[in-house]
Design a protein around this ligand. Structure first.
Ligand code: SAM
Ligand code: SF4
Length: 352
């Protein structure tokens, strides 16, 4: 249960509307103080393996949507996934995220089940496993949980069903996505969700409702980031005067607001922040985030997993990413929680 009170719409809008640089800085500093108090200044890594860009869905914003013909489709073998994940384990990352386009056929469900089981066996149960594989049936979620996955990330994308409709084809169902989040929680997953920030047609009131959605759903972790257009999608030019700096600022303000108002949850500083500015993820940490998901996918596949234009580190291997991140994190005075799962205190200590 949440001990904090339900965030107020007007208060959130007020915080998100701040424009004076001094006041924005004060907002980030306030968030950082709350972060220090509730989750500390240790950053936890989740090495992310982007295991396939094959997707049955057609979200209007996403570069790997089914109908984008310019993407060369790939899927990693079980051994390739395991190799990357074990590399992360050997680097003391503590946990990994397996992410991909959405598929729900039995071959895929089995593939994930077997891969999760193998990873658990080969690390004596020590590697933490988060899945981010879209909407699935309760039975599938249960199989993957039984296999050893303990966290799941499924962004609601926006808490507004009306806005969701504008961003997806008619057969994509907001209610079904919401049901999935509830099912995940019921099954015992540490459940993460999130939204895109600065979407076409999105208002500050929509974002305020997103924060209330996180509160109402008693969410343990948040992975949210700026919307960034992809040239080969229907929303490529939906924001004619798209301003990356403004998007970044709004995303950082959302992180700060969530930290201040929701306190003890995990918040990811996502790659999309880095796509807008090289030190975007460090700025995310300074605005209240405490999780980073370094890309550990083999570089040969990265170019074909571009959700948006300008994805960073396409040609960097995982070792380079690790060294670069260590430098960046120590430059802001934080430490890395090696060999730890870094569970959200909201999940592990719910009355706190
Ligand atoms: N297919 C799964 C799903 O949709 O839940 C997992 C992978 S999907 C690529 C992960 C996230 O990428 C989505 O939840 C969405 O928020 C984000 N994403 C997709 N296109 C984006 C864009 N153009 N800008 C920012 N984020 C984007
Ligand atoms: Fe597929 Fe996820 Fe992209 Fe939607 S956001 S098209 S479900 S990969």
């Amino acid at each position: 249960m949440n001990k904090v009170t339900r965030p107020d719409t007007n208060e959130i809008i007020r915080m998100l509307s701040i424009t004076c640089p001094k006041d924005i800085d004060a907002l980030y500093k306030q968030a950082y103080e709350v972060k220090k108090q509730f989750v500390g200044t240790t950053v936890y890594f989740r090495g992310i393996v982007e295991l396939s860009n094959i997707c049955a869905k057609n979200c209007y914003y996403c570069g790997i949507r089914r109908d984008n013909p310019h993407v060369e489709r790939f899927k990693l073998t079980e051994e390739e996934v395991i190799k990357s994940a074990l590399w992360a384990y050997e680097q003391h990352y503590g946990s990994v995220v397996l992410q991909s386009g959405e598929r729900s056929d039995e071959e895929f469900v089995c593939f994930i089940e077997n891969t999760v089981k193998a990873l658990k066996e080969r690390t004596d149960g020590r590697l933490g496993i988060t899945l981010s594989l879209g909407e699935q049936t309760e039975e599938t979620y249960r199989r993957w949980y039984t296999a050893g996955a303990h966290r799941y990330l499924l962004r609601i994308e926006t808490s507004s069903p009306e806005l969701y409709k504008k961003l997806h084809p008619a057969d994509h169902d907001w209610q079904a996505r919401w049901d999935c989040i509830r099912t995940l929680k019921k099954l015992g997953y540490q459940t993460g969700t999130g939204v895109m920030i600065g979407l076409p047609y999105q208002t500050l009131e929509d974002l305020a409702k997103d924060v209330q959605f996180f509160y109402d759903e008693d969410i343990d972790m948040i992975g949210m980031g700026p919307f960034i257009p992809h040239a080969d999608t229907p929303l490529a030019n939906a924001i004619p005067d798209y301003d990356g700096d403004k998007q970044l600022e709004l995303a950082l303000k959302m992180i700060a607001v969530c930290r201040i108002l929701l306190q003890d949850i995990n918040i990811a500083s996502t790659t999309a922040l880095q796509a807008l500015k090289p030190d975007g993820r460090e700025l995310g940490l300074l605005a209240g985030a405490n999780i980073i998901m370094p890309n550990i996918t083999d570089p040969q596949y990265r170019a074909n997993y571009q959700l948006y234009n300008g994805k960073p580190c396409l040609d960097e291997n995982a070792s380079l990413c690790r060294n670069c991140l260590e430098r960046r994190i120590s430059s802001i005075g934080e430490t890395i929680g090696y060999d730890q799962w870094g569970d959200s205190p909201h999940f592990t200590n719910p009355v706190n």
